[in-house]
Design a protein around this ligand. Structure first.
Ligand code: HEC
Length: 192
């Protein structure tokens, strides 16, 4: 537990950026949601990155493909319950169709991050519920084994395995440091 808290402190420094308040809801409410959202997204990301490293070390790239669902992880499930939220990922270039943006507004937000027009985290209210977003960066070289340039970073056999599992995959061609998508923390209670 100590280790998790410590690593969270490190991660939260990396993501310490001001919230961009959306429409209704007082700014005080949104500040509280920003704090909670940041905790959830940072812990989720830490768990996910650890899982990517462990799976790659254990069995290599193609073996690791089956462990790339951070949302199904029991640790993340418990965060869902403790924080009364749903944790998801989304991107403009998706691998799993289940992660597609939920509408033009969300797609525009993702694109704003990719174009560098928005940075840090975003908190907004949609349909009376607060949603917290944080960018997911391709910050480890290991990410490129499955999201980099085909034939350069991604081997032919890995590419074939990805295409078999995800025939409509769009999630390749990235460079280190690119925005790959967003963590999305949707709070279940109604915004005041
Ligand atoms: C072993 C191959 C592999 C590695 C390494 C890998 N990914 Fe992925 N990535 C996948 C697969 C497979 C999916 C689809 C998972 C699913 O079905 O939800 C995915 C999905 C995603 C998504 C969700 C959006 C989408 O396209 O469905 C994000 C964001 C993402 N990866 C970021 C990363 C980051 C950041 C890293 C490095 C820390 C990384 N990935 C490393 C294979 C990989």
């Amino acid at each position: 537990m100590k280790k998790i808290i410590l690593s969270f402190a490190v991660l939260s420094i990396c993501f310490a950026c001001g919230p961009q308040a959306g429409s209704p809801g007082s700014s005080e409410d949104l500040t509280a949601y920003t704090t909670k959202g940041k905790e959830v997204a940072s812990l989720t990301q830490q768990t996910f990155f650890q899982e990517v490293n462990d799976a790659l070390a254990e069995g290599g790239t193609e073996y690791a493909l089956q462990f790339m669902h951070p949302i199904d992880n029991p640790k993340i499930d418990s965060l869902d319950r403790v924080y009364a939220c749903t944790i998801g990922r989304t991107s403009n270039k998706i691998r799993n169709v289940a992660n597609k943006p939920d509408g033009p507004e969300e797609l525009a937000l993702i694109e704003a991050y990719i174009n560098g027009k928005v940075q840090g985290d975003t908190v907004l209210v949609r349909n009376d519920h607060v949603i917290y977003y944080q960018p997911i960066l391709l910050s480890m070289p290991a990410c490129l084994q499955c999201h980099g340039q085909p034939g350069v970073d991604i081997t032919e056999s890995t590419l074939a395995a990805i295409r078999t599992l995800y025939p409509d995959d769009q999630a390749t061609g990235y460079k280190l440091g690119d925005v790959r998508g967003l963590w999305k923390v949707s709070f279940k209670d109604k915004a005041q």
